[in-house]
Design a protein around this ligand. Structure first.
Ligand SMILES: Cc1ncc(COP(=O)(O)O)c(C=O)c1O
Length: 442
């Protein structure tokens, strides 16, 4: 344990009495206990013991400008005493929708909800209503939220995957409706021939194909442009709704997200996270024909007490203009590339077969020499070497995700000084890995 975290230990004992696992999202659980935090600013966070960490989690990629960005905080402060949840439409939401569509020019209309999970549920309702079909196809290893129809084959057990010709649909959690899980067709990411064969075989029952254009929840695994273009072509041919999950690619790969970056336009897309620099808001956007189906009438409902909430809308209204001209994305791309190079240059002389993959400020280390193109290749990462590496990073005061198939993120606040601190920590981490190997512990 690098720091004194006694207060976190005590708080965990208290928390455990009232909250299962002592945390409100299972991904925050840590052995022997999670750290509890009190403050975040820029690229730094402080725990309840007063320890300062350099943050590489950044709200699971949501905080793109840095924690507590004053422009966003000021906008939020201005609405705080105006009466927040009034159950009718907030004027600021109209301006944010206009801002959104000026940036994401490939989409015609947008509607706001609270979480990415909800936005994807709405997208599927629209797809089912529009096509009269039920089934959904998604890539093996992709995460699109925790609802029954999509929490399938997300971080699946590698011993149960089945053949690449017909990957098995595996529930991502206990308690999901088995019919929903079984109605999901799992596709081998980046494998055009097998994906085409599977979709064509099931086309008559498929309402939607969902794809995250870069698999970021399991690290950083870009689709090839050919793969996305093939999906577009197959979906158009069979009248299947193509949905991009842009929760993490949105606003980071390009102002208009992955669809701008790859020049492939889906029928619907979901957004969240960076949209409001970490304030809780998500969006469903799409072509007019499909989006208008969610208007009141006999079509799919689009409802929610907190939809377009004044606080999140205010945060989005201050964030979106900063994401509009592409300069922020260029800065993040340059910084990501610099970190990747620094890691490769430090790993190479030590003979460590590891790679730092990343783009748009998203990053992940894979301790494998295998080229990463899908879930199965990513899962060849050596979990013990990863654990050694991130433990050494923690000793340097870097806050990172402990799951080898997770992702890290930097923000605009990860400036020159921060990058230098990270590069030094990479050296320490790689030395720890090299020592563990020479001590025969690997
Ligand atoms: C790609 C992707 N899609 C969907 C979701 C679900 O979003 P939320 O946690 O807001 O429900 C996430 C969340 O991590 C995500 O990364």
């Amino acid at each position: 344990m690098p720091f004194n975290t006694e207060k976190s230990a005590e708080l965990h004992k208290r928390a455990y009495q009232v909250i299962p696992a002592g945390v409100n999202s299972n991904t925050r659980a840590r052995k022997p206990y999670p750290y509890y935090f009190r403050r975040a600013r820029g690229a730094e966070v402080w725990d309840v013991d007063g320890n300062r960490y350099l943050d590489l989690i950044m709200g699971n990629g949501a905080v793109i400008l840095g924690h507590g960005d004053s422009r966003v905080q000021d906008a939020v402060a201005r609405v705080l005493d105006t009466g927040l949840t009034i159950g009718v439409e907030w004027e600021g939401a109209v301006e944010v929708a206009e801002q959104f569509l000026r940036i994401v020019r490939t989409m015609d209309l947008v509607r706001f909800s609270n979480t990415g999970t909800e936005a994807m549920m709405h997208a599927l309702h629209v797809a089912r209503y529009a096509t009269g079909r039920v089934g959904v196809a998604k890539a093996e290893g992709s995460y699109h939220g925790w609802s029954d129809e999509v929490f399938v084959s997300a971080w699946p057990d590698v011993n149960c995957l089945g053949s690449l010709d017909a990957p098995i649909s595996l529930a991502g959690s206990a308690g999901l409706h088995p019919d929903a899980v079984n109605s999901v067709l799992v596709l081998p990411f980046n494998d055009i021939a097998r994906t085409r064969a599977l979709i064509e075989e099931h086309a008559h029952e498929l309402a939607a194909v969902i794809v995250e254009p870069v698999l970021i929840d399991i690290g950083y695994i870009p689709a090839t442009g050919e793969y996305l273009r093939a999906l577009r072509q197959i979906c158009t041919k069979h009248g299947i709704v193509l949905i991009f999950d842009e929760l993490l690619t949105g606003f980071r790969l390009a102002p208009g997200g992955a669809q701008e970056y790859y020049d492939v336009v889906p029928d619907l897309a979901t957004y969240g996270k960076a949209l409001a620099n970490g304030y809780p808001i998500a969006a469903l956007a799409g072509c007019e024909e499909l989006m208008r189906l969610t208007e009141p009438g006999n079509g799919p409902a689009f409802v929610g007490t907190f939809n377009g909430h004044a606080v999140s809308v205010a945060a989005a209204s201050a964030t979106l203009p900063l994401l509009a001209d592409g300069s922020l994305q260029r800065t993040l791309a340059v910084r990501t590339e610099r970190l990747r190079r620094a890691f490769a240059e430090a790993a190479e002389p030590l003979g460590i077969g590891a790679q730092l993959c990343g783009g748009g400020g998203h990053l992940q280390w894979y301790f494998t020499a295998v080229s990463i193109r899908d879930y199965r290749s990513a899962a060849t990462t050596d979990a013990r070497l990863y654990a050694t590496f991130v433990a050494a990073l923690a000793n340097c005061g870097i806050l990172v995700g402990s799951n080898p198939l997770s992702h890290q993120a930097i923000s605009l606040a990860h400036d020159e000084h921060v990058l230098e601190e990270l590069e030094l920590a990479f050296h320490s981490g790689l030395e720890a890995v090299a020592n563990a190997r020479s001590a025969g512990q690997d």
